[in-house]
Design a protein around this ligand. Sequence first.
Ligand SMILES: Nc1ncnc2c1ncn2[C@@H]1O[C@H](COP(=O)(O)OP(=O)(O)OP(=O)(O)O)[C@@H](O)[C@H]1O
Length: 241
Amino acid sequence: MIVVKNLNKIYDKQKAVNSISFTAQPGKVLGFLGPNGAGKSTTMKMLTCFIPPTSGSASVYGFDVATQPLQVRQHIGYLPETNPQYLDMYVKESLGFIADIHQLHNKAKRIAEVIELTGLGPEQHKKIGQLSKGYRQRVGLAQAVIHDPEVLILDEPTSGLDPNQLVGIRQLIRELGKNKTVILSTHIMQEVEAVCDQVIIINKGEIVADDSLTGLLEKHQYKTLESIFIELTNLITTPQE
Ligand SMILES: Nc1ncnc2c1ncn2[C@@H]1O[C@H](COP(=O)(O)OP(=O)(O)OP(=O)(O)O)[C@@H](O)[C@H]1O
């Protein structure tokens, strides 16, 4: 479970995240939506202890991101938007490297399992630099889940994937979401409808919707998710400080 209370991030003078509060429950996929620059990645970076909050609090699986970052990292899997990879490493080597960071005892078995889970089988003997973008995303996902974390934070996990790969990765996220807490950011509304149970829309650092997918659609007279998104993210027109 993730609990966020009055979380703020100010970069110099730029207020990126403005006192947001929400919870994410296990067994559900939470779609984190918002226009470019809304504060999605910043929030995800705070939840994964990559950057400290300016104020407010967030806990992941009961551990505080500011005071218990090691414990948070043990229970969280993170696929950053940029999916940074060592291109000279072989797929299995990179998974072994991450498995070592997590001090996994059953390393070989677990590497084989995540290769199977993420559909990396046919490409497992290649160097990461030789992989297509979609397969690199799969490596990122395999790295994020290798220690079987209870919480997964996925920043635009399907960006740039072809339709065949999209279906596969979405199915995988759905499957993982059955017993983990998953937060997923995306700009693809179809993906939200296909994968998410809960939807948060953030605009200019503030939450403008937090509801179940069905609740959100019902509240907006079953308009398309795209029109709801546009309506809500064009609402706040006052400039940021
Ligand atoms: N390191 C930084 N220093 C200064 N400002 C930053 C930094 N990182 C992000 N910002 C600013 O914070 C705001 C939120 O950015 P963030 O990357 O969280 O948005 P986002 O919702 O993830 O956007 P996108 O959909 O484009 O990925 C933006 O105005 C951005 O310019």
